[in-house]
Design a protein around this ligand. Structure first.
Ligand SMILES: [Zn+2]
Length: 137
């Protein structure tokens, strides 16, 4: 049970932040916060890039975010060929936490706009794999 369960293609099975997947199973997206200096990170980091501490804790990313930017992928990297076209976006949540992810493919093109309110939801991809995506809040 580890990070290899995250996403459509996992590039690593082992990470110091693999607890991320356990939180995702409970429908929680979490980042890490430095216990020394309070810097917050997403994707989660096991070590603080601000003060170099390894004293990191988890915090949930909840509520509504605002979509900052988005794009539609029509060519896919290896492993994602079956998924095109799909949308990717960056959304900003509380405390300026920026999250990169896919956008709900059932949303019509005209509904996806910079500034739209989004929330994160867990997606079960089957075969014991999971990920998250943005959907309209
Ligand atoms: Zn720190």
């Amino acid at each position: 049970m580890g990070f290899e369960q995250f996403g459509i293609v996992s590039f690593t099975g082992v990470t110091k932040a693999e607890q991320f997947v356990e939180f995702l199973k409970n429908n929680e997206l979490r980042g890490t916060v430095c216990a020394q200096c309070g810097a917050k990170f997403f994707p989660p980091r096991a070590d603080c890039s601000s003060c170099l501490s390894d004293q990191m804790e988890w915090f949930p990313i909840t509520g509504e975010g605002a979509l900052i930017s988005h794009t539609k992928a029509t060519f896919a990297p290896a492993g994602f060929e079956k998924d095109v076209p799909y949308r990717l976006g960056v959304a900003e949540f509380a405390d300026g936490i920026k999250v990169f992810g896919r956008i709900d493919g059932t949303l019509p093109d005209e509904a996806v706009k910079a500034g739209m309110k989004v929330k994160v939801r867990m997606l079960d991809l089957g075969e014991e794999r999971l990920t998250y995506e943005f959907t309209a809040a």
